[in-house]
Design a protein around this ligand. Sequence first.
Ligand code: FE2
Length: 381
Amino acid sequence: MVTSAVIQGGRVLSGDRLSDGSVHLEDGRIVAPRGERAPDGARLYDAEGCLVLPGIVDIHGDAFERQILPRPKVHFPLEIALRETDRQLVANGVTTAFYGVTVSWEPGLRSLATAHNVVDALTRLRPLLSCDTRLHIRWETFALEAIDAVARWLETAPKPILAFNDHTSSTIEKPPTDRKLEATVERAGISLDDYVALLAAIWRRRGDVPAAIDHLAHRARAAGCILLAHDEKSVEERECFRALGARSSEFPMNRETARAARIAGEHTVFGAPNIVRGGSHDGRMDATQAVSDGLCTVLTSDYYYPAPLLAAFKLTQDGRADFAAAWRLVAANAAEAAGLPDRGVIEPGRRGDLIIVDDSEPSAPRVRATFVAGRRVYATH
Ligand SMILES: [Fe+2]
């Protein structure tokens, strides 16, 4: 049986324009209207006075960690944490969520054991969650004992993203502030002395890391996964990860690196919280300026799920981008960077991933309804 629905009465973002109109859905996809009227039996959804937008594609979100470990040493069951995360995602307009699961050499929240548990729970819950839920494996390149597990996850469906993360070299080269170190130690659940000793032992592995990166890059390419490189520090590093197949730069550390990616036609991913808060929380590039300068093409929730929606509206309000361009950062471009050509824009044939947003207060946009593959999974008034 064909299930059809029509979202009507709103201003629809299609291409570069917002215009009055309706969006027709059939069996989870957007279709061209078959006449003036909605088909018999179609569900009607009212978007009067609101915007109708492609759902947000969030390619790197790790705020679910705060649901698992809301306070140091206080753990919640994964099933509760992940279901709560799913509610937060759809309430903030996210229809495709890549959970940034870190696989590091640290014990505790970012350990291989926790990653196993999170991946297992996500796999089990996936059919029950509202968002299109996917995996973004943040592999710490010094976590050599995780290689086999990561290689196996790369073979699973839907295809995960693999991102090369190296917070080991950066911690050695530029020792973190006391506060950051304290947070890291709390997350790992060990004493500071033990952490420092472990870091020193891990650092001695550095000679084996390049071959491990090569190996997993090869496995990811063979599996058809999207590869990202995280926190790139230089043009040389960009060139190196490009050669390995990482076609986007995630959180480039400086303008030269971001520019090198853009000149090569590659996506550059920045954190939306950086825009909402008016700057980076740890003294990095200003993402708002990067958008103005054409150096940022994708925004992601990073550590705060409300941020992509808020950032797109803030960029528009502050005159940094017109609305269609701002929304591309969280939808069309994000979908492209994630290798998902079936979503991110409103046009016939694409998935029915849509949100209805009340923008009567542009500084506080409110998601009124969220549709994933044509099914309304969230609604409020
Ligand atoms: Fe990082």
